[in-house]
Design a protein around this ligand. Sequence first.
Ligand code: HEC
Length: 124
Amino acid sequence: MSRTRGVLVVAVLAATVLVACNSARKPTTSTIGNAELGKKAIEKYGCGSCHTIPGVKEADALVGPPLTHFAERSFIAGQLANTEENLARWIRDPQAVEPGTAMPNLGVSPEDAQNIAAYITTIK
Ligand code: HEC
């Protein structure tokens, strides 16, 4: 192997390792919101007064179902397929999805709902 080729191989390997490390550190990619802002919004709206939500301070209530392992769930409130868009829809207006549900409409803004959905879908 020529010296130039050897250097090239090393360079390609180094680049591969860099790319691999970088993607490992990236938070779960959300297509609709920012999970970090979503976590703050969850605290602002007080979702933790009814739900246990991993990673959110003082969110340990059991009035509503715990939002543990949400990334692995198939359905939202047994009604909607578990996608980020549907989560945002549910969070903004649960009554419209399931009339009579005990989850209240908290007047969550569209942007906050998208960020909250982004956070909840990172809960493994
Ligand atoms: C007054 C209590 C209450 C508050 C406050 C509340 N929820 Fe709920 N939530 C519920 C109840 C009860 C259910 C179950 C609804 C059902 O299945 O009909 C529910 C269901 C859910 C679900 C679906 C859970 C599942 O297992 O499928 C999600 C997601 C959710 N809530 C997110 C939120 C978020 C985010 C907030 C804050 C913006 C919030 N909730 C605030 C009571 C509450």
